[in-house]
Design a protein around this ligand. Structure first.
Ligand SMILES: [Zn+2]
Length: 207
């Protein structure tokens, strides 16, 4: 579950009852429930994400900042830079050099985003519709990575226009995908990780 970029903002939302359970059909209030194990994220420093427990179904959730994706050791901005380089025509070894990560790691990201591109595009398109953005949905078959990169960029511009200021595209993608951009089955369609609630928190935490 991706909630925002700023720990204090997460704390406020959590303690103030502002976060809702993402389990489909639940949606009850989340309450603080300790912290997850501290871990290092390359490009985002050391993180100790908060955990929350649902007051309804009692499910627990780790609250991820927008700088990271689930089970990935690199910041989403690093992964996004790799996807961008791939979309502009670099092979995976060149991409790996550009972002300073092992070629095998980069190949893993590219394979995964290619595999889940259709789902990722659907979730991004739903967020774009929620924002009232006019865009032509890219076709994922020819160049899935390019299509995702293009749509993430278009969304970031739309969010910046709507809310003012600027918007880091890949942090936005992390929020919209609920941290699941590179999850085995991609982001969840119809989950509560929608753009409406989370974008404002992203903004509040990181102007
Ligand atoms: Zn629940």
């Amino acid at each position: 579950m991706t909630v925002g970029v700023d720990r204090a903002a997460v704390e406020t939302a959590l303690c103030g009852g502002g976060l809702r359970c993402p389990t489909p059909g639940c949606g009850r209030r989340l309450a603080p429930w300790g912290s997850a194990r501290e871990r290092g994220v390359r490009g985002a420093g050391r993180l100790r994400p908060r955990r929350a427990r649902c007051t309804g179904c009692r499910g627990t959730h780790v609250l991820l900042p927008a700088s990271v994706l689930l089970r990935r050791a690199d910041a989403v901005t690093v992964i996004g830079a790799a996807l961008l380089a791939k979309a502009s025509g670099c092979g995976h070894r060149r991409v790996a050099e550009l972002v300073g990560r092992p070629a095998s790691t980069v190949r893993g990201w590219l394979r995964r985003i290619t595999a889940v591109a259709a789902r990722a595009l659907a979730v991004l398109a739903a967020a774009a519709a929620e924002l009232g953005t006019e865009f032509v949905a890219p076709v994922p078959t020819n160049d899935p990575v390019g299509a995702v990169v293009e749509l993430v960029g278009a969304l970031a511009r739309a969010v910046a226009r709507r809310l003012g200021g600027s918007c880091e595209p890949w942090r936005l993608a992390a929020v919209i995908s609920g941290g699941r951009l590179l999850a085995p089955t991609g982001p969840d369609l119809g989950s509560d990780a929608g753009v409406a609630g989370n974008t404002s928190r992203l903004w509040a935490g990181d102007p």
